[in-house]
Design a binder for this molecule. Structure first.
Ligand code: I6G
Length: 713
């Protein structure tokens, strides 16, 4: 064997080991970056020596060329279906039939969740994955080998330590390909952002992915796999029980559900069903029931089959997670951040054991994509902790007039905020910065109310932020009291806080306590309240003396965090010039880009927001103002610096401030114009980019030494 061949074999082993630890044992051994480095090394070796490229190489998981179509696969051993039980009674009958036929009491069952995915069969010859097929009609399926190779949970070779030297000549493993919920949500969020097609549910996601003719598309979908059974085998010593067989599969490198257990008697099965049912919403994947299988293979053989289903197994189904209902109205809710979210009000329907009357429609683009209208019959889905959502409209059931025209027009998204009447703006999510130094936005835009502090829907959040420690630092004004202040109409804007008297706070607290069952009676009647109110009034009074950067931050302008507030305060020196600055003037401020400039200008263009600022001034809130500090002087004048990775001696923001104070412009992205990059712990792509462009890189020690030699002016 050549040195290259030996290294390639070693890399394949290391990569498959890492893969197994990560996807099967849930116990990652090496960081992602190291996995990527090993994979790149193997790709390089295989490129230079194509004869080293084997079908079971981890490099083949990225997806090969586009297929002309799928070949048919005849299952040597048919892929059966399972009979269903929808009630405890049906489970009882299933167990009693077995007990009668076998003449045994309380036989043991292997019990496991039934994942809502797609059944597949994987064929291994001499320990190597050679073909994977869908179930199809049970007798014939489709060859989806290329797509299955991209699923990291599926081993490309059987694990050596389990097989010893001789792998089974043939081993067909059956199981379910599924899409974990988190992956489904993330995939759909990405699709919504980029205007792509969202998946109706994780099951469709898994099935659709396997049907892609371009395996690279399947590789981009977050799929996983659990093994649950066998097809044909040769040279494989079958254990006596199904549960032992699952352990054997696990040892061979297949993921087996950690929920698998052994139970006996009707009560044992029903207890397992109830236990898993309770945990259903918290599982990382969708399940539609549990499967009970007689554990002993000799007992399975004695029970036999009826038509195409085993008599020794049954699927006990949970209530469905998708149901049909009708849309009674479409309303728009304003969230605490001002985002307008369309919600469908539904005719009440039971979904997975819960009555659903509202479902999210996510955003304006989603309504347009689904074309949901009032009166429509829709599929509503509720799974896990996720808010119920409308996934599809049944268009043939749309109400129509005598001429066949729909009774309801397409929904038109409101142009003003339903809570305060302010105009709305489309806020596009930043996807990434481009090589040319620009910004790439997501296509779908969130529609956001511009009312800010004036909007009642945003008022509570605005007050929480305003009072927070790093903003106006008003101690003692917790969220519970802020809610009460707004709910009982004591404050409309943040400036109203400064008009409240001691008596008003005491009255508000009494009302807040009264409606709160968790507050003990002794506390409600207690005298602690007056001390609390006195302290609070004192804290509010103290907050009147503040700084420009705190006020700017406290106003809650979208995307203006502490660091931007500080830079703005330094650059302009006073509030009026900031309020009157054009977007063009704002982008001159270090680290303020066009998006943030538009936010600041938009905020102060709203009359309500200017009135709040005036009210704060009238209430005696003051801050020192001075001349602008925008001279690019200092040892770093004219230099553009990028900070990346974690620093141990200070936060990145703090380091940025100190560099700015020395005249540097701090930027978020690396380009040829970058003077140097400060790379802290676990620096990633920005460091790589700097190295690629030949930009100077400082480590933390060098930064600290420089700051030490150049104290702030
Ligand atoms: O569709 C299935 C899901 C889960 C199954 C199954 C299963 O076991 C956990 N087991 C068998 C034997 C069959 N279908 C035919």
């Amino acid at each position: 064997m050549t040195a290259a061949a030996a290294r390639a074999a070693e890399l394949r082993r290391l990569l498959e080991d890492a893969n197994h630890r990560y996807h099967v044992l849930d116990d990652p051994a090496i960081p992602d970056a190291e996995y990527d480095a090993l994979l790149r090394e193997l790709q390089g070796l295989e490129q230079a020596n194509p004869e080293l490229r084997t079908p079971d190489s981890p490099t083949q998981r990225v997806g090969a060329g586009i297929l002309p179509g799928f070949e048919q696969v005849v299952h040597e051993q048919p892929m059966l279906s399972l009979n269903n039980a929808f009630s405890d009674e049906e489970v009882r009958e299933f167990v009693q039939r077995i007990e009668r036929q076998l003449g045994v009491a309380d036989p043991a069952f292997s019990v496991e969740p039934k994942l809502d995915g797609l059944a597949i069969s994987l064929r291994y010859e001499d320990g190597v994955f050679v073909r994977g097929a869908t179930r199809g009609d049970g007798a014939t399926g489709e060859d989806v080998t290329q797509n299955l190779r991209t699923i990291h949970a599926i081993p490309l070779t059987l694990r050596r330590e389990a097989t010893g030297s001789a792998a089974p000549a043939v081993l067909e493993v059956r199981g379910e390909v599924y899409m974990p919920r988190a992956g489904f949500e993330a995939y759909n969020a990405r699709m919504r952002d980029t205007g792509g097609k969202v998946l109706a549910n994780p099951r469709n996601g898994a099935a659709g992915s396997l049907r892609q003719l371009d395996p690279r598309l399947a590789a981009a979908r977050p799929l996983s796999f659990y093994a649950y059974g066998l097809g044909v085998t040769a040279g494989f010593e079958l254990p006596d029980t199904h549960s032992a067989m699952l352990q054997a599969l696990k040892a061979l490198g297949f993921p087996v559900s950690p929920e698998v257990a052994v139970a006996s008697g009707v009560s044992g099965l029903l207890a397992y069903f109830a236990r898993l049912g309770q945990r259903r919403d918290g599982l990382p994947y969708d399940i539609d029931g549990v499967v009970y299988k007689l554990d002993r293979y000799d007992q399975q053989a004695a029970m036999g089959y009826v038509s195409r289903a085993p008599r020794w197994a049954i699927a006990h189904k949970f209530p469905a997670q998708e149901q049909l209902t009708t849309v009674e109205a479409i309303e728009v809710q304003v969230g605490r951040t001002g985002a307008l979210t369309p919600v469908a009000r539904l005719a009440p329907v039971q979904v997975a054991g819960v009555t659903v009357t509202n479902a999210t429609l996510h955003n304006a683009d989603q309504i347009a994509r689904l074309d949901v209208r009032v009166g429509d019959t829709v599929i509503v889905r509720r799974a896990g902790d996720v808010i119920p959502e409308v996934v599809r409209v049944i268009e043939d059931q749309r109400p129509r007039d005598a001429a066949g025209q729909p009774l309801h027009a397409p929904y038109v998204f409101p142009e003003t905020c339903p809570a305060c009447g302010s105009h709305t703006e489309a806020v596009r999510k930043v996807l990434r910065s481009t090589k040319a130094g620009g910004i790439e936005y997501a296509e779908g835009a969130a529609i956001v109310c511009s009312g800010g502090l004036f909007c009642p829907a945003q008022r509570k959040q605005a007050l929480v932020h305003f009072a927070s420690r790093r903003a106006m630092d008003i101690e003692g004004l917790g969220e519970r009291f802020i809610e009460a202040l707004v709910d009982f109409d004591y404050v409309r804007t943040v400036a109203d806080l400064y008009t409240l008297t001691l008596d008003a706070f005491l009255e508000m607290k009494r009302l807040a306590d009264e409606r709160d069952d968790t507050v003990p009676e002794t506390v409600k009647a207690g005298k602690v309240a007056s001390k609390w109110a006195e302290n609070l009034v004192g804290a509010i009074a103290d907050s009147r003396q503040t700084t420009l950067e705190r006020v700017l931050f406290a106003l809650g302008i979208r995307d203006v965090g502490e660091s931007t507030a500080r830079t703005l305060a330094r650059h302009f020196g006073a509030l009026d010039p900031i309020m009157d600055a054009s977007e063009a003037a704002l982008v001159e401020v270090p680290d303020v880009g066009p998006v943030v400039a538009a936010r600041i200008a938009g905020f102060f263009a709203e009359a309500h927001n200017r009135e709040v600022v005036q009210a704060l001034r009238d209430a005696g809130v003051t801050w020192p103002e001075g001349p602008p500090q925008r001279s690019a002087e200092g040892p770093l004048a004219g230099k553009t610096v990028v900070l990346t990775g974690g620093l141990s001696a200070m936060s990145r923001d703090e380091a940025g401030d100190r560099l700015q104070a020395l005249g540097a412009k701090v930027s978020g992205s690396v380009s040829k114009k970058t003077s140097f990059v400060v790379a802290g712990e676990a620096a990633g792509s920005k460091l790589a980019k700097a190295e690629e462009l030949g930009v100077e890189v400082w480590d933390e020690a060098r930064l600290l030494a420089f700051l030490n030699d150049h104290p702030a002016p």
